[in-house]
Design a protein around this ligand. Structure first.
Ligand SMILES: [Fe+2]
Ligand SMILES: [Fe+2]
Length: 252
């Protein structure tokens, strides 16, 4: 498991946790993230139940479990949050998720009293008294209740399944070791193309999302799978590519 700091200052940190090359090939590779502000932690897409021990031991080196106050779930999929069943037994954290999934994630044992249900338009969420992040609607890309998180301090957009790259284990390694960033955008398209064509349901939803996020000052797009788009040029490469891609029924 790689742990890498994407941003850090005196009281704010955005951390990457992922690329577990010990996982079996039949489990999709997932990226987990941790945002910490003034010692209050929020885990973004905590991952599947199979990843719990690897993710929790990586997190334990970074934050006390009692300081994890929130789990932000981009959507309902098992690779995003089936580990909640275990997390809720060791933390008192609240689960932030789109309202339409609130009666589904109860199947992971999360009680409604432990959820913060987000309405369709998203919101500004006050994580501490002087820090808030933006919850951005990304519905139908692919989930009908899909949320992104924008951190205005690091200028990182956590994009859930948007920007996901499906990469075989051997392609995660470079000569210098395991890599978490996209280096050559054109080479990276082959990992993203089928997933976006097949999973993203609507050209209209895609257009609305691109218009919405284009108004943000984004330095990094951090997806739940694959490599991270770092730097404004790489962010624009992704937005332009996604804009021109035919998805859903239109991809036929
Ligand atoms: Fe998904
Ligand atoms: Fe996913």
């Amino acid at each position: 498991m790689i742990t890498e700091t994407l941003y850090e200052d005196d009281n704010h940190k955005f951390l990457y946790i992922g690329k577990d090359t010990d996982r079996p090939e039949y489990i999709i590779d997932t990226n987990q993230y941790l945002v910490v502000h003034d010692k209050v932690g929020c885990v973004l897409d905590p991952g599947g139940i199979e990843m719990f021990s690897a993710v929790s031991s990586s997190l334990a080196g970074e934050i006390r479990m009692s300081d994890v106050k929130y789990f932000f779930c981009s959507h309902q999929d098992p690779d995003v949050n089936s580990s909640l069943a275990l997390w809720i037994s060791i933390t008192d954290a609240k689960v932030i998720i789109d309202r339409i999934w609130s009666t589904f994630i109860t199947h992971y044992g999360v009680q409604p009293s432990n959820m913060i249900m987000i309405e369709d338009n998203g919101m500004k969420f006050n994580m501490t008294k002087d820090y808030s992040f933006e919850i951005i609607p990304a519905h139908y890309l692919h989930s009908p209740g899909h949320l992104n998180l924008y951190d205005p301090i690091s200028k990182i957009l956590f994009s859930g399944d948007i920007g996901a790259g499906l990469m075989p284990k051997e392609d995660l390694k470079t000569k210098k070791g395991r890599n978490i960033f996209v280096n050559n955008f054109n080479d990276h398209i082959k990992y993203m193309e089928w997933f976006h064509q097949r999973f993203m349901g609507s050209m209209e939803a895609k257009k609305a999302w691109i218009e919405r996020v284009s108004k943000l000052d984004i330095e990094t797009i951090a997806p739940q799978h694959g490599l991270i788009f770092k730097g404004k040029d790489m962010v624009n490469n992704f937005l332009n590519w996604f804009d021109s891609l035919k998805v859903g029924l239109y991809s036929k």
